[in-house]
Design a protein around this ligand. Sequence first.
Ligand SMILES: Nc1nc2c(ncn2[C@@H]2O[C@H](COP(=O)(O)OP(=O)(O)OP(=O)(O)O)[C@@H](O)[C@H]2O)c(=O)[nH]1
Ligand SMILES: [Mg+2]
Length: 402
Amino acid sequence: MSTGSEKVLIIGLGGAGGKVVSRIASQKISGLGTAVIDSDRAALAEMDPNVAVLEAGSNLSWGRGTGCGGNIIRGEQAVSGERQRIMELISGKKFIIVVAGLGGGISTGGIRTLASTIRAKKIPSVFMLTTPFSFESFSRRKAASESIEQLLPVTDILIRLPNDLLFSMLSPDCPVEEAFAKSCDELARTAIGICGLMNCKNSFNTDYAGFMAILRGRKCQCALGVGLAVPTEQTPDRSAAAIQKVLASPFLGGVDKMAEADVMIISLFAGPGLPLGEMKRTFESVAAFAGKNTEVISGFSTAPFMANALQVVVVTVHYDESEKTKAAEPAAVVTEKKETPVRRAPRKKKASPELEQGMLELTNYSKGFFVNTVPVMYGDQDLDIPTYQRRGIIIDQGHTSS
Ligand SMILES: Nc1nc2c(ncn2[C@@H]2O[C@H](COP(=O)(O)OP(=O)(O)OP(=O)(O)O)[C@@H](O)[C@H]2O)c(=O)[nH]1
Ligand SMILES: [Mg+2]
């Protein structure tokens, strides 16, 4: 199986990933290869003819080309058994995007093997994963979130898109099939947008390294909006038109999400000759939606095939609470390490506090109840009388010698 000579490869894993990748393949974008890994033969048969398909698990006892039926262990077995073919599939690639809907059998079970295989080949990659709707089963949601935990150490860039964000943008009357179809269109646009983003040669910070610095190993949720516009007679301002589309993106979750973001990445992609004024105006218009604590990072790139089109990609990153506290920790450690060792002065002895308690007069008290008992004698000494009295010892009054 071959994906051709394209240096960038988008891999769909499982049903949702496959649908997205099939849409991307149908656009025949030059330089972009597509592949799908699934154990569901029927789903693979529906792929665009440009997609390289890898049927996983057909040699296993349960594998009859019917999919994993939500069974994560089967998903893991199916993908682990295809390590060699996956190696061949990704060989020679410069950059890989993986798209999958976590929660399913092959996607949740197989994603780790796919990630570790890509890492073993040292190919830069971005994982774009949806997490299940809140109405899906608890076990699916739990499996998805555990899968994210396991993936963090083996991925560089993990973009986690909660499917629930779709609800915030689509009307409740929207038919389910339409909602899913729209989401796949959006994910396809997003994946293509990310490819543009990673190729930002003129970017300030929005290239692969910049993304890695923000996302690597950190638990976060992302939201993403893509808007592409060309100037027309009705809408001559392509920047405003592209921003409008970004704001309407279902995976952006609305302007409130932008204001709450910890990081906002704005990237422009246009044909050669992008005017400075238009670039500045676009960045400023999008950045106006950021909150006062949002760190805004922006970048741009140009390519001849974009002609007079302008694409705006906005990624917002919302760190989990635990990550926010973690972020403060390394700084503290670094400061401590750089500190010049201080020679400690010899410890001073603590000054003893002044004795405040009054003196108790030392007198002989009556033996009380024991006055008529036979005294305990040792030689001529009555042992019932305290030793200091018997021997006439002067009691230390509590002051130290210094
Ligand atoms: N946004 C979006 N999410 C989807 C779509 N289809 C499925 N999902 C999500 O992706 C998750 C996994 O679904 P699939 O990709 O069909 O599952 P799979 O990996 O093929 O799993 P098995 O068939 O059990 O091997 C679901 O739980 C949904 O949350 C879709 O069309 N759009
Ligand atoms: Mg499936």
